[in-house]
Write a protein that binds this ligand. Structure first.
Ligand code: ZN
Length: 146
């Protein structure tokens, strides 16, 4: 049976999210290449394990924001489904600010079951943080790199 497209990676409170190290490497490289613009990707896998990323196409990238317009979002979700994966999260970069969700991030997030990942390039090294939205607020969560 096909898994639900919309995943629920935080379902089990005792299971930490995991992300493939190859995916982290690629996100860091892609995010750096997109600087000074923000970069975004949908993260996919199974259960609470992220094994793939689906980057936003370069057109439609912005300096101080990220957005998944309807058609691009639908096309990318279709690719995730066709790969037999679940959508588990969204990542975007903060080119010059810390990996802390902004007010716009909070207001623009409509999928609280998914992971909200921020990759910051403000320091000397890329800094990747994971958040979960609960009761309208972001809470930072631990994760493991596989
Ligand atoms: Zn942000």
């Amino acid at each position: 049976m096909r898994p639900d497209l919309l995943g629920n990676p935080f379902r089990n409170k005792h299971t930490r999210l995991q992300i493939d190290g190859k995916v982290v490497k690629r996100l860091c490289a892609d995010g750096r290449e997109a600087l000074p613009d923000e970069y975004s990707a949908l993260l996919a896998g199974h259960g609470s394990v992220i094994t793939h990323c689906f980057p936003h196409p370069p057109e439609g990238r912005y300096r101080h924001a990220f957005a998944w317009e309807g058609e691009i979002l639908l096309r990318t979700l279709r690719a995730i489904r066709e790969a037999g994966l679940q959508w588990l999260g969204v990542l975007h970069t903060h080119p010059a600010t810390p990996p802390v969700p902004s007010a716009a991030d909070r207001d623009g997030w409509h999928y609280p079951s998914l992971g909200y990942w921020i990759l910051s390039f403000a320091g000397g090294h890329p800094d990747l943080r994971l958040y979960q939205m609960e009761d309208g607020r972001f809470h930072e969560r631990d994760y493991d790199v596989l």
